[in-house]
Design a protein around this ligand. Structure first.
Ligand code: PEP
Length: 257
């Protein structure tokens, strides 16, 4: 069974003091979370250690927002997979649309990062999704399929089933305009089918596919009850304990029903 996984992407928000305050407030909201639910916090690099120490012995897991694929070297400003695991990270977001848009990350580079993350035992949350102009041109399927094939290139089934794909339509990120549950479910089905073709149906069935893009307490339950939506990658609404807590409750409501 696929574990419903809710991850909070804090982006470039919160210094170490604000991160600590947010985690303390969040801990109260998730301490009794359903055991079939995985909750991951992805603070900025500078807050990983403090957040990691505050969530020890809780249900919360730690994730990073990016990494570089080389082990070490003269790569000023970059952070390696091993550096992340040394802080207690178990997850890493890779290929977020903001990385693609502002830092020109392409599928080939993201693929290298995915391989390195898997090799070291991190769970990559690999983001794919079309821009608004691509949706309007009717090429969503083509764009998302090319991204999925690119980021998963040369991976074995045993590796693919360990990662998470986050479908994040770019037009829905930070805009307040989420994909409808039907729009999201359609693309999630497509991704699962494609992974089945690239690997095997057994692998595709085990693959966790999150939806991301303006997930909020008001829309979370309808999105998360779709059969192929296995969780959410949450940006803005993960920065407030109340709204992230309410999204977690929505995911639980779904598990119980
Ligand atoms: C994100 O950053 O991955 C995201 C989905 O942001 P938001 O929830 O704010 O749209």
């Amino acid at each position: 069974m696929r574990k419903k996984t809710i991850a909070g992407n804090w982006k470039m928000y919160t210094d170490i003091h604000e991160s600590a305050d947010l985690v303390k407030a969040l801990k109260e909201k998730v301490q009794n979370a359903h055991s079939a639910l995985e909750v991951v916090l992805c603070p900025p690099f500078t807050s990983l250690v403090v957040v990691g120490s505050l969530i020890k012995s809780t249900r919360l897991k730690l994730g990073a927002q990016n990494m570089y694929h080389e082990d070490e070297g003269a790569y000023t400003g970059e952070v390696s997979a091993k550096m992340l695991t040394s802080t207690g990270c178990q997850y890493v977001i890779l290929g977020h649309s903001e990385r693609r848009q502002y830092f020109h990350e392409m599928n080939d580079l993201i693929n290298l990062k995915v391989k390195k993350a898997l090799a070291i035992g991190l769970t990559p949350i690999v983001c794919v999704g079309e821009r608004l102009d691509e949706r309007e041109k009717g090429v969503t399927e083509r764009v998302v399929s090319a991204q999925v094939k690119g980021v998963l290139r040369d991976l074995r089934g045993s590796e693919i089933e360990k990662l998470i794909i986050a479908y994040e339509p770019v037009w829905a990120i930070g805009t307040g305009r989420n994909a409808t549950p039907e729009q999201a479910e359609e693309v999630h089905q497509l991704i699962r089918k494609l992974v089945g073709q690239l690997s095997s149906w057994a692998v595709a069935e085990r693959l966790i596919i999150q939806y991301g893009g303006s997930v909020k307490p008001e829309n979370a339950e309808d999105l998360l009850c779709q059969p192929n939506i296995d969780g959410a990658l949450v940006g803005g609404a993960s920065l407030k304990a109340d709204s992230f807590g309410a999204i977690i409750r929505a995911a639980e409501a779904n598990l119980a029903s």
